[in-house]
Structure formats: C-alpha cells, structure tokens
Design a protein around this ligand. Structure first.
Ligand code: ADP
Ligand code: MG
Length: 272
C-alpha cells in the first residue's frame, strides 16, 4: 500500500498531531453565547440572569436607559468583569469567564470604550502600528520595514476609517470624530472577529455620525458587531436586530420599529 490513510481525509501535514486549531469556532453560526449571566456589585445586580446570542456576521444594537448594564455587558464579554453567575462563550470553544482580558483580545474580540484612548502625541500612523498584534510589530528601524500582513491591514484600515490623508498628523490634533475612527482603526489592526462599540457616536456632529453609520455597515461585511448607542437615528440607519436592556435584563428584542412599539420599552425607556 503506497498511501497512508488519514483519519480525517486530509494530509499528514494538516492539523494531525498538532494542537487544536487556533481561532474561534463559529461552526454553529453563533459568535457569542451569554447564558443566564448575572453580575453582582455587592447586593446590586448590574446584570440579572441575562441570556443573549449573537450570530456570526450579525450587527446587533443594544439600547436602554443609563445604568441598564450595557457597559457591564461589554465588560463581561471582554473579561474586565467576571460573571457572578452564568456563562459566556465566544464561539463553541472559548470560555470567556476563564480567560484573561489579553487572551480574550487575542482570541479575536476587539472593544472600543466610550472615551477615545488614542495616544495624543503619536501620529495616526504610529497609533495604528502600535495597535498591530505584538508578534507582527515592527522590530528594527521603527517603520521602515513593515511585515506584509501589517501593511495590508494598515492600507485597508486607513481606507475604511478614511484617515489616509492624515497619517502624519498627531492624534491630539484630530477632531473628536476622527479620534473615534482612529480608535476603531486601532481595533481593526488586530483583525478582530467580534467588534464591540460602546456609544461610538456620542459627541459627534451629524456628519460624523452619518459617516460612522457607513463605517459600521462596511465593517459588518467582515465582522460581527455589537453596538451600544442612544442615538436613535443612528440605530435606525444601521440596525437589524435591536436588544433593549433595562435593569440588567432584556426588555425586548426585535427590529427598531418593533421594540419602539413595545409597551414595556415605552414605559421604561422611551417615555410617553
Ligand atoms: P450602562 O452602560 O447601561 O449605562 P453600566 O453597565 O455602566 O450601565 O452600569 C450598570 C449599573 O451597574 C449602574 O447602576 C452602575 O452604577 C453599576 N456599576 C457598574 N460598574 C460598577 C462597579 N464596578 N461597581 C459598582 N457598581 C457598578
Ligand atoms: Mg455605558
């Protein structure tokens, strides 16, 4: 017999005998599973028995009053806060409750916080390069010789965030909106599978908000997104499925029109 039979029909060089395949496993079509998650701060429940499933490729909007637990939800997904009860999985295999924030970021979850945290004294280009994965970062003379993968990520990112003309500008001189886009760009340099945006258009001008909506729709083509926002016209532009959170639990889920017509949502969030 000249051929060695491989158990999975593959070649001996593929996977066989190696550690389990790297990266998130979305084989069931679900990117994120939160099951019966509660977060307690002393006796206060910031999240209360919350279950949420985000499909791969989905753009999910999360709305709700201040203090509803929206940011806490992102803290749980990124490992900043541990669930007191319940479980959080990224794809089939990553148990987020058992991973460090660094491991979670490396596994493919990128988060943008409410306030931009760009390095003000560095240029747009420097900020983006500093955000590239550690093992891909430039070694020798800082920016003279870029890893091919980093170069591709950089070109694509600059195109998406539309800051190509401003690469040499110190981040501190950018407008608020441009800083937010730069920070989204810094996320994109890490090639995340799941992107979490916490109030991305807060403080933006109308034009910047519109541009951010376009960016979100563009990102949706390659990423799964979870976006927390209060701006209803922004939500209206980008949303498919909307989840309304109040007092740490899900109040309603559906299209924006559906949740806006929901009596509980009107009472506890939108007002009459
Ligand atoms: P949202 O983002 O929806 O406005 P948060 O998730 O920030 O709400 O907060 C939910 C509730 O949990 C708030 O009442 C907040 O005061 C409380 N909370 C958040 N983080 C902490 C913490 N580290 N310690 C105590 N209470 C917290
Ligand atoms: Mg918040």
């Amino acid at each position: 017999m000249s051929e060695i039979i491989q158990p999975h029909g593959g070649h001996a060089s593929e996977g066989y005998g190696r550690p389990k395949e790297q990266g998130a496993d979305f084989s069931h079509g679900i990117a994120l599973y939160l099951e019966k998650v509660s977060v307690w701060f002393d006796s206060f429940r910031a999240l209360n028995d919350l279950s949420l499933y985000i499909e791969q490729g989905e753009l999910r909007c999360i709305i709700g009053p201040n203090g509803a637990g929206k940011t806490t939800l992102m803290d749980v997904i990124t490992g900043k806060t541990r669930p007191t009860e319940g479980s959080a999985f990224f794809g089939q295999t990553y148990d987020l409750a058992k991973m460090s924030t660094e491991q979670i970021a490396e596994s493919g979850i990128g988060r943008k916080f409410q306030k931009p945290t760009v390095f003000e004294n560095f240029t747009v280009l420097e900020n983006l390069l500093l955000a590239a994965p550690k093992d891909k970062r430039v070694t020798k003379s800082f920016f003279s010789k870029l890893d091919a993968e980093v170069q591709i990520a950089l070109d694509q990112t600059l195109e998406q965030i539309r800051l190509k003309e401003l690469v040499k500008k110190p981040a501190g001189l950018l407008s608020h909106g441009q800083k937010q886009w730069l920070e989204i760009g810094m996320l994109l340099m890490q090639r995340p599978k799941l992107i979490l945006l916490d109030e991305p258009v807060a403080g933006m001008t109308d034009a910047e908000t519109e541009r951010t909506a376009e960016l979100c729709l563009e990102l949706k083509k390659e990423h799964t997104l979870v976006v927390v926002e209060h701006d209803m016209s922004f939500i209206d532009t980008i949303s498919e499925k909307v989840t309304v959170l109040a007092q740490g639990a899900i109040l309603a889920e559906g299209t924006l029109a559906e949740v806006q017509a929901n009596e509980d949502v009107i009472e506890k969030y939108l007002g009459r």
